[in-house]
Design a protein around this ligand. Structure first.
Ligand code: CP
Length: 313
């Protein structure tokens, strides 16, 4: 991805974790961990800056944690509401970007249902503007991938070489899965398995060489981390999955299933959860769940990203 680094190889936009150098990825995680540990940013590090959350799809966690992160850095936050914006009168995303740039905004956090939407804005952005992909279709959700890695590191240590990770569910429609797979590969995870119904797995070449299968009871044996995915009904054709009950029987993470994983295995889910479908309450709210820690880590991770992109310019 040539749009991400500037001419000096520094990160200018964050569009994907695919191809992001290991030292950049680890640097962002280390900075986020330092923030967690109390080494906050310089007071009002982004004083005078403004960050716009440009979301064309709904969000709770990503939008609010970017807002919180920007506020903690002293930046102003502009919250673009697509449904009441001039895009409803036909204004393009590019013109929307240029309009908000003209107000002195340099940071844009972009979510869109179309793959490549954030990259398309990065192509036309002014030289000092930073675009952060907050999820584009099925393609990428890089800050979710980062916060998932930070949560895994905190639970299992930063050496991933012995880590066995299982990604479960609707991989086909999941930008989170793609970003997680890229990050796990870059960080050298020992073993990455994928499991889901045939209709919800992507083409084998999209699974980055990971072994995959359709039997969750078999796939979960001995893994150290289970990354559950949301069933993305808004992105799938009718009839791709049978009943939700049948999905739960085959691919729901129950306490009994989790007992087949390694002792101390952890459970992640990016949210929002379909409780009782891909994950049971007992697991989601149980002692092995990292789900709320993932949410909490969203703020320092996004602070680290905003600092990196906006402080250097
Ligand atoms: N995980 C995630 O992207 O959640 P939101 O859709 O609530 O932002």
């Amino acid at each position: 991805m040539t749009l991400q680094p500037d001419g000096q190889g520094r990160l200018r936009h964050l569009l994907t974790l695919d191809g992001l150098p290991r030292e950049v990825l680890v640097g962002l995680l280390d900075r986020a961990q330092a923030i967690v540990d109390g080494a906050g940013p310089a007071p009002a590090a982004l004083d005078g800056e403004a960050v716009c959350t440009l979301f064309f799809e709904p969000s709770t966690r990503t939008r609010l944690s970017f807002q919180r992160a920007a506020q903690r850095l002293g930046a102003d936050v502009l919250n673009f509401d697509a449904s009441s914006s001039s895009t409803t009168k036909g204004e393009s995303a590019g013109d929307t970007l240029r309009t908000i740039e003209a107000m002195g905004v340099r940071g844009f956090v972009v979510r869109d249902g179309a793959e490549g939407a954030a990259a398309a804005l990065a192509e036309v952005a002014a030289p000092g503007t930073a675009i952060i992909n907050a999820g584009d279709g099925r393609s990428a959700h890089p800050t979710q991938g980062l916060l998932d890695m930070l949560s895994l590191r905190q639970a299992k240590g930063s050496d991933f070489s012995g880590l066995r990770v299982l990604v479960v569910g609707d991989v086909r429609h999941s930008r989170v899965a793609r970003s997680d797979l890229h990050a796990l590969r870059t960080l050298g995870a020992g073993e990455i398995r994928i499991c889901g119904p045939e209709a919800l797995l992507p083409a084998p070449e999209e699974m980055q060489g990971c072994p995959f299968g359709h039997d969750l009871d078999e796939a979960i044996e001995g893994v150290d981390a289970v990354m559950m995915l949301r069933l993305q009904r808004e992105r799938m054709e009718e009839g791709l999955v049978g009943s939700l009950d049948a999905y739960h029987r085959g691919y729901g993470l129950t306490a009994a299933r989790l007992r087949r994983a390694a002792p101390g295995a952890v459970v992640l889910h990016p949210g929002p959860m379909n409780r009782g479908v891909e994950i049971d309450d007992e697991v989601a709210d149980g002692p092995q769940s990292l789900i709320l820690r993932q949410v909490a880590n969203g703020v320092p991770v996004r602070m680290a990203v905003l600092e990196t992109l906006l402080l250097r310019q």
